[in-house]
Ligand binder design. Structure first.
Ligand SMILES: Nc1ncnc2c1ncn2[C@@H]1O[C@H](COP(=O)(O)OP(=O)(O)OP(=O)(O)O)[C@@H](O)[C@H]1O
Length: 261
């Protein structure tokens, strides 16, 4: 059974006459898979994220996560967005622990095993290359470092599913590539399923096992590609012709999706 299943989903904003954001959306995401979702602007990529995390409930069709129909926010999911939104008055470590303080189920465990969770946050910081930065405040970190810490915060409760909505969009090209490697390594080491929404086609091909292409609004899946490159992948793969051919193919499909809109 797939970890995430989206079957024939319609999502409309603003009542019966409102904007139909996605229509007839189908997707099946296996445990451990790394999925990237690309498509023209406004095609419903963020809507898809909100449907899977239970922030929106569709008017038609069914979304299931780990076999359960999604009817409310899903607890086995971690999320990271373009802007890290760390709380400036808390240290990086305390920002990472924040979800555990907020979610009732974790709160007791955090109180009982604070040391264990601090050690876990520190281990995550080390994994993303921020060893020793836990006591710094977010405003003392660069944008790339904040996004690394943000990833730790999304992973602190050991989610089965990590949803990333344009997490690297605000970063410069070099920092972005560094973070691709961080995500690649997290996926390899953390036993987590990842769904990444992105406008960056190279990012999608470098990171994903499967790339879904969505149509213009109302969004639905118009193409699904298996990425054939073996793991672990090195950034140098981006200079290989087969990599660039795949990026160009995706580019062409999105241009077509935009044109038929
Ligand atoms: N709360 C809302 N009320 C009305 N319309 C909305 C709402 N949220 C999104 N939409 C519309 O639904 C469509 C899909 O939005 P969504 O944010 O999912 O697209 P997206 O693919 O993530 O966009 P982008 O690529 O620009 O980030 C868009 O046309 C948007 O204008």
């Amino acid at each position: 059974m797939p970890l995430v299943s989206i079957s024939n989903v319609d999502m409309r904003y603003g009542g019966p006459q409102g904007t139909l954001a996605v229509s007839g959306l189908d997707m099946a995401i296996e445990r451990g898979e790394f999925v990237a979702v690309v498509g023209p602007s406004g095609c419903g990529k963020s809507t898809l994220m909100k449907l899977v995390t239970g922030l929106h409930i569709p008017q038609a069709g069914v979304v299931t996560v780990a076999g359960d129909r999604v009817t409310k926010p899903v607890s086995i999911v971690g999320m990271a967005f373009q802007n890290p939104t760390m709380l400036p008055w808390r240290t990086t470590l305390d920002n990472i622990l924040l979800p555990l303080e907020i979610v009732e189920r974790h709160r007791h465990r955090l109180r009982a095993n604070k040391k264990e969770y601090v050690a876990k946050a520190e281990a995550l910081l080390e994994t993303v290359g921020l060893k020793g930065f836990g006591d710094k405040f977010p405003w003392q970190l660069s944008g790339g470092m904040q996004q690394r810490a943000n990833l730790c915060r999304a992973l602190i409760h050991e989610p089965e599913l990590l949803m990333l909505d344009e997490p690297f969009g605000a970063l410069d090209a070099f920092t972005r590539e560094e973070l691709w490697c961080v995500i690649r390594d997290l996926h390899a080491s953390q036993d987590v399923t990842i769904v990444l929404v992105t406008h960056d086609l190279r990012e999608s091909v470098f990171l994903a096992d499967t790339v879904y292409v969505m149509s213009a609004r109302p969004g639905r899946v118009v193409a699904e590609h298996r990425v054939p490159f073996a793991r672990p992948r090195d950034l140098s793969i981006m200079y290989e012709p087969a990599f660039n051919e795949m990026v160009q193919k995706l580019h062409g499909e999105i241009a077509t999706a935009r044109a038929v809109a």
